[in-house]
Design a protein around this ligand. Sequence first.
Ligand SMILES: Cc1cc2nc3c(=O)[nH]c(=O)nc-3n(C[C@H](O)[C@H](O)[C@H](O)COP(=O)(O)O)c2cc1C
Length: 324
Amino acid sequence: MFKTRITEMLGIEYPIIQGGMARVSCPELAAAVSNAGGLGILISAGLTPEGLREEIKKTKSLTDKPFGVNISLFPSIEPLPNDKFVDVIIDEGVAMVESSGFKGPDEFVEPLRKGNVKLIHKCAGVRYAQTAERMGVDAVAVVGVENGGAVGTLDVGTFVLIPAAVSAVSLPVIAGGGIGDARGFVAAMALGAEGVVIGTRFMATTESPIHPKAKERMLQAREMDTMVIMRAIRNNHRVLKNQAAEEELKLEERGAPLEEILEVISGKEAGRVFSDGELDAGIFGCGQVVGLINEVVSVKEVIDGIVNGAITIRKKLDGVLQPA
Ligand SMILES: Cc1cc2nc3c(=O)[nH]c(=O)nc-3n(C[C@H](O)[C@H](O)[C@H](O)COP(=O)(O)O)c2cc1C
């Protein structure tokens, strides 16, 4: 019923992927998404290779379904041991890698192909999707400017980005940025996507590890309560408006050094937003779709809601889109 090149490629029931999320992706969340018929993703950045192996093993103990690992190609203060992460991923037989970042994933194409791991590169523009296709990835994911977390610098909305990408590449396209329910899912598929990547909606679920106060804050937020920061250093990120985000904007305005900006973004206090519910301690990655989230439910309820809602919408559309 929901068969696309993505469900076939990844061996999953529904073309619904949980995007890797720093400080949010964890074995419990990833396994819940995979158990519900989608595909959950762990984050590697911030872990050691052995730490990643532990997370993979824990996820395997919670699900026998396929799941993936995110590899960050964004610039970082300390270089990431990505080649070692790839070795662990192949060794543990992980189903797929979601790569993301300015740099393309070319160096990982061959090892992952030989290791029988699918590689999906996530980016925020058609030209990057074309580059990834030329590099030999298995699929591309494109995310519009509504996206929670990194939004790229091109500021193209999901509604235009999906058909533009679908026309520009022949690989299957996964779409993200602003998708959180059946309406967004059906719209993305109507625009030519063969799967969706969802982040923000999965943060406000029972399996998400973020503090209950952070989930509660998400329920109160409206669609205009996010903002884009770090434009000055071309590392545009969409976050929930809070004191840390406003402070970061002021630092950008006065041309503060990178270290000062990074202290607000990734300093030791920043993690307390999600771990302790200190909602202004650091930035709070979040997409515009937060304005459509009204309750904290289980991952399975989110996915079942999308799947069942899609069937209802299809029937409604059948009635509306009648030939004259
Ligand atoms: C809190 C948060 C952290 C994120 N961290 C990452 C990350 O480390 N790497 C990455 O590729 N994407 C990251 N993302 C983006 C998601 O994987 C996904 O592409 C995005 O959330 C989809 O858009 P949506 O939030 O509108 O659903 C993050 C998103 C959020 C909300």
